[in-house]
Design a protein around this ligand. Structure first.
Ligand SMILES: [Zn+2]
Length: 126
């Protein structure tokens, strides 16, 4: 992560939750009550909501890098709710909150509905 040092710098200088050293913890974050996530040894793509909303916008360029590096927006777009099918209990990712059945059961349901409709039509004709 190339911009980690710049993130750290921004946290040190601008984050209201960053308190330097407190309770014997260095890089203490009062929001986490533990060291700030960006100062952890973990080199992954760390996230902090407070930082993203309250500190990061101050540095426009870093904001862009941070966002694209973490795919912040696309992550939200592709996040689909995991739902259990009400018929067969299989887990599937729903395209909407209203989806209650997995694709298999949905097809089955549609077939059954069509069958019923056909039966009723035939009754009327008879
Ligand atoms: Zn199902």
């Amino acid at each position: 992560m190339q911009n980690k040092n710049r993130i750290k710098w921004l946290v040190k200088n601008s984050c209201a939750c960053y308190l330097g050293a407190k309770h014997g913890i260095s890089n203490y974050c009062c929001l986490q009550d533990s060291p700030c996530v960006f100062f952890a040894q973990d080199d992954g793509l760390l996230r902090c909501t407070y930082f993203e909303n309250g500190v990061l916008p101050m540095d426009e360029k870093l904001d862009q890098e941070y966002t694209s590096e973490r795919n912040v927006e696309s992550e939200f777009k592709t996040a689909q709710p995991r739902v259990n099918c009400q018929k067969c209990a299989a887990t599937f990712s729903a395209h909407s909150n209203r989806q209650k059945y997995c694709e298999k059961c949905r097809d089955k349901n549609a077939n059954e509905k069509t069958k019923l409709r056909m039966r009723q039509m035939r009754k009327k004709q008879a």
